[in-house]
Design a protein. Structure first.
Length: 78
């Protein structure tokens, strides 16, 4: 296959971002990840898709459950 050089604009766009421009995970995402790990540790044979579905339900539910998922100010049902 004959590969041509990338156009300059595409090559520049494809360069990695400097680390100071990387996205940082939100506190809510960190809490959800922690919850997924807890549930997986409690039942390692449970399909991970079920665990993610449970955590998603927990985090979009009542305010008391959302508190466990990093707060209730953004995302999820109000």
């Amino acid at each position: 296959m004959n590969q041509k050089a990338l156009p300059e604009a595409m090559a520049k766009w494809s360069e990695p971002l400097p680390e100071d421009q990387w996205a940082r995970p939100s506190e809510a995402l960190k809490q959800q990840s922690k919850r997924v790990l807890e549930l997986h540790k409690a039942d390692p044979n449970r399909p991970v898709t079920e665990i993610f579905a449970q955590v998603s339900d927990e985090c979009s539910g009542q305010d008391s459950l959302r508190a466990r998922c990093g707060g209730g100010r953004s995302g999820g049902a109000q």
